[in-house]
Write a protein that binds this ligand. Sequence first.
Ligand code: NAI
Ligand code: MG
Length: 487
Amino acid sequence: MADTGVSRHQLLIDGKWVDAVDGATIATYDPSTGRKLADLAAAGPRDVDLAVAAARRAFDDGPWRRMPAEARARLLLRFADLIEEHADELALIDTRDCGKPYAFIRDIDLPNMSDLVRYMAGWATKLEGRTIPLSRQDPTAYLSYTRRQPVGVAAQVIPWNGAVLAATWKLAPALAAGCTVVLKPAELASLGPLRLAELAVEAGFPDGVVNVVTGTGVDAGAPLVAHPKVDKVAFTGSVETGKSIVAAAAGNLTKLTLELGGKSPNVIYDDADLDIAVDGALGAVLYAQGEACTAGSRLYVHRSIIGEVRAAIEAAVPKLRIGESSGRDVVVGPMISEQQRSKVARYVDGALEEGAEIIAGGARPRDPGYFLEPTVLGGVHDGMTVAREEIFGPVVSLMPFDDEAEVIRRANDTTFGLAAGVWTTDIGRAHRFAHAVNAGAVWVNCYNVFDAALPFGGFKQSGWGKEMGGEALDGYLQSKAITISMA
Ligand code: NAI
Ligand code: MG
């Protein structure tokens, strides 16, 4: 078996690395080669019980609750330093396990991770309440104030695309708020989150504050999100699984935040700087093989420039470097699995059957590795499956539009609302689009710009609640109103 760079392939429960109680394991693979990387402990309901019990004890009775906020902030700062010190290593582990190109993880995800942990460390000492004068009382009769308290035990379920990043987006606000956590990484990419958990242990979080259960969605994820001792569930992944998690959490009315999929529109106006716009729009969906929830998979281009844009795409797409994800100049890695590759290929085949044509790409390079050439489709109309469903692969539909009202209506004609992009040099047009589009993130003349200070999260079926920014803390805090009679 390959050296994964992670010393523990076990579950982290109460500060100890342990096997699953029944000894079960699950294999994880390198999608660039199809080679097995490691066998991981596969948690089941009994392991989930143990992890939740540990998180529960750590929250209810452990030193964590009594720890001064400044000490919590210091632990987070130490954690951020460790992430930074181990950035190359974390990036390499994650790239091999999930297939996202190394450069994206090392140069974009890792800096964002240490930034976010530091940003959240800053919040730990600033979780203030308010004093509120009662409106119907003699002002000297009562003192009322609010306190923001941690929700409790947070169950966090994350996907495989950019696993270390997803894990950090979840852990940082929960820990800053003072919650304890049971993290369930995706079975296809758990190695990065496991290494991150080792660093959390090294940073010195008390036992039971960070627990990790690896395993499948059915055996580990489902019992975790339905667990009666869990106070809050945070999920990132597909809409379908999101809906089943809502149903599971409904049994206990567990608090819930969701970061789900998207079908993000990207609009190029005729006044845009075309070199920047075409490169940006292709990057928005084809780099990192389109396995991103924000993928700008509906590309609307003003009819007057569509020929020019098409020619630029035909020239640019074959130059996108495809290869093993650890290659330093690779921008398109493999799909996470053969299953994902066939699923994406079926979308392309279906579009062709419905009358679309391939403008660029479309080939399925041979094994080993689950590669798929970046693919640009023409002849797509809004009603086609390929224009409506999240594909989660390097596939984009190029569609013409004629005027502003039309393209805004079409951009919003989707059940999703995660992100949107617009490319124009007309400032009024840019703002009008940004205000009118139903999406949680809007990028003007750029795409996929994330920041620790900026809240990220979807409208409509793209989710509930925000990650990053001060708003991410809202999901892990609840405010209590306290009233004292001064009589
Ligand atoms: P998924 O959404 O089912 O998996 C995400 C996480 O949820 C994993 O950790 C998984 O183990 C867990 N999970 C699965 N079922 C669960 C359940 N019933 N209860 C609790 N946890 C559960 O995504 P999956 O199966 O990896 O991929 C399915 C499709 O979803 C992909 O083909 C892709 O199109 C899409 N997807 C979208 C993502 C996004 O961020 N928009 C992320 C991952 C996948
Ligand atoms: Mg893997």
